[in-house]
Ligand binder design. Sequence first.
Ligand code: NDP
Ligand code: OXD
Length: 319
Amino acid sequence: MSNAIIYISPNEPPEPWRKALIPCLPEVDFERDFHVWPDDMDGLDDPQSVDIAIVWRPDQGALKHFVNLKAVINLGAGVDAILADKTYPRGVPLVRMVDPALTRHMSEFVVHRVLHFHRKFHTYEQMQRDRDWEELPQDDTLEKRVGIMGLGNLGRDAARHLAPFGFRLAGWSRTEKNIDGIDSFHGQDGLAAFLGRTDILVCLLPLTAQTEGIINRRTLAQLPKGAYIINAGRGPQINEPDLLVAIDGGHLAGAALDVFCDEPLPGDSPMWDHPKILVTPHVASLSSAKSAARDIAENIRRIRRGETPENVVDSGAGY
Ligand code: NDP
Ligand code: OXD
């Protein structure tokens, strides 16, 4: 009996992934051995033949039907939606996405948002609407302090792209780091000092039990008055009512949010038309089948040879 691949994603169509994977896995018969949950299960005589699941936000409980899985390959960097599934087969290695295009596009998002706030484009946009011709004071980049929460693949690359502008960079991570040009803080003990020196806070953390609600009334108060927040990690890392209070009360100058507690952001959310909040629909960086297929294929071969795949999630840490 041959091994089969199951694709599980209620929202992400399988076609781009199937198309990109076919040339990278010439040894796989995609007609026979690539199936899509739950629509294309007819040719799959025995779910026990499935050894690989390729998933993005899979339906809760779907994975438990495949009892011989050797790995679950996630089509994104964040694995919170998978680990939230109580029926996830815990012993099965979970592989997350680390991909140059995903990283590059996130850095573009971060650089754009940081420059947007640093150069006060949000205010100039409002001024254009008001036909208001006026010069605002221009802050010196060399004095602007950007702080990045999460110094993983995405956080480090964002810092690398911000560095040439001359920003004063700092990062906060779980474990200690020593990275040239980045003032590094770590752990709960380092958080207050990190926030206290940060004018523009960029959140690129994974969602775990430790990071849920980490940006809240108490930690927001530790940012200097007039700070900005950019969140492209996960929505539940920010306590949204606390954020609105901090912005409306004048402590924070604004926020750029790509991720939200409730996605899609409900139509009646006050964030949609808040003058100091920029909203994007979880698009800071979209996974690219074209870019990621080769590494996914190589990981599938590794798994089938009995080797450890690259980028396995530490299920204890949750990322
Ligand atoms: P990594 O696993 O490479 O990096 C995670 C970083 O967060 C590490 O530096 C880690 O610290 C730090 N971290 C984790 N937990 C804590 C904690 N409790 N306290 C302090 N620091 C912590 O992840 P990526 O950089 O690849 O991705 C980060 C997240 O970005 C994803 O999990 C996902 O949620 C989000 N994302 C969002 C996208 C979007 O379009 N909006 C697209 C892609 C990803 P340490 O280095 O010490 O381990
Ligand atoms: C991811 C995402 O985690 O797109 O990759 O949110």
